[in-house]
Design a protein around this ligand. Structure first.
Ligand code: 13P
Length: 259
């Protein structure tokens, strides 16, 4: 994805029912003005996607699936495919640490989901990040390297233009222990270096990279001012429409400050 817009993604995870999510979107729509330079993406429960897709002004908010299966159709009880989400969502999270660690999504699953998303005109947001242990062992860059190789194995240069990467250190997710901006810069630089190695300098400069992990309205600007950060993937703080709208406003100002 081109880096001309800051992407602010709210991942509700398994929170808010259909009615609550719908009320939330109504409330957020009152609080947030559309900015040409900020793209706001909401990832509610899959149950609410259809309703919200009919409710929202698509210029104001885009929608994301939190997860999907990589086959398009068939006997896969309980699953939702990217082809079923096509036309409802514009983005899909892939490789979120909760999927990797709780549901054991493997690199093979993740790369198949990246392909399924692209095949169905959904922009994959490929999440990568190290655990606390890997970090303490000095393995951050190696883990990012492996996760990028794993997730992007079948992706062509043209397809890479349709992908967003999110750096979410596992130890910072839902812990209140957000990463230091300097460490985020280092990690995202490692990600861009890997993209350069795989796809060349132009691709590494153009790919959109987000930060996620305990971002709040107070800390959002610390990341948004970083030259390598093109947006945020927000969990807990996105559940409060006021807090999330503050983050969106900061994104608008952050981009203004970078220019
Ligand atoms: P928190 O903002 O709650 O730490 O969650 C981050 C995240 O996992 C977003 O996908």
């Amino acid at each position: 994805m081109a880096r001309n817009k800051t992407l602010i993604v709210g991942n509700f995870k398994m929170n808010l029912g259909v009615g609550e999510a719908s009320l939330y979107v109504h409330e957020l729509s009152q609080l947030v003005k559309s900015h040409n330079d900020v793209e706001v993406v909401l990832a509610p429960t899959a149950l609410a996607l259809q309703t919200i897709s009919l409710q929202v002004n698509h210029r104001q908010f885009k929608l994301a699936a939190q997860n999907f299966y990589w086959r398009d159709h068939g006997a896969y009880t309980g699953e939702i495919s990217a082809s079923q989400l096509r036309g409802i969502v514009q983005f899909g999270l892939v490789g979120h640490s909760e999927r990797r660690h709780i549901f054991h999504d493997s690199d093979k699953d993740i790369r198949a989901k990246v392909q399924a998303a692209i095949r169905n005109h959904i922009t994959p947001i490929l999440c990568v990040g190290e655990t606390a242990f890997e970090r303490s062992e000095g393995e951050t860059a190696a883990v990012l390297h492996d996760q990028l190789i794993g997730g992007l194995a079948n992706v062509t240069s043209d397809e890479l233009e349709e992908i967003v990467i999110a750096y979410e250190p596992v130890w910072a997710i839902g812990t209140g222990q957000n990463a230091l901006p300097h460490d985020v810069s280092m990690a995202i630089r490692a990600i861009r270096n890997q993209i350069k190695h795989l796809y060349g300098a132009k691709a590494s400069e153009e790919i959109q990279v987000l930060y996620g992990g305990s971002v709040t309205a107070d800390s959002a600007s610390d990341y948004l001012v970083l030259p390598d950060v093109d947006g945020l993937l927000v969990g807990g703080a996105s559940l409060d429409a006021h807090a999330f709208s503050d983050i969106i406003k900061k994104a608008h100002k952050g981009l203004a400050a970078k220019r």
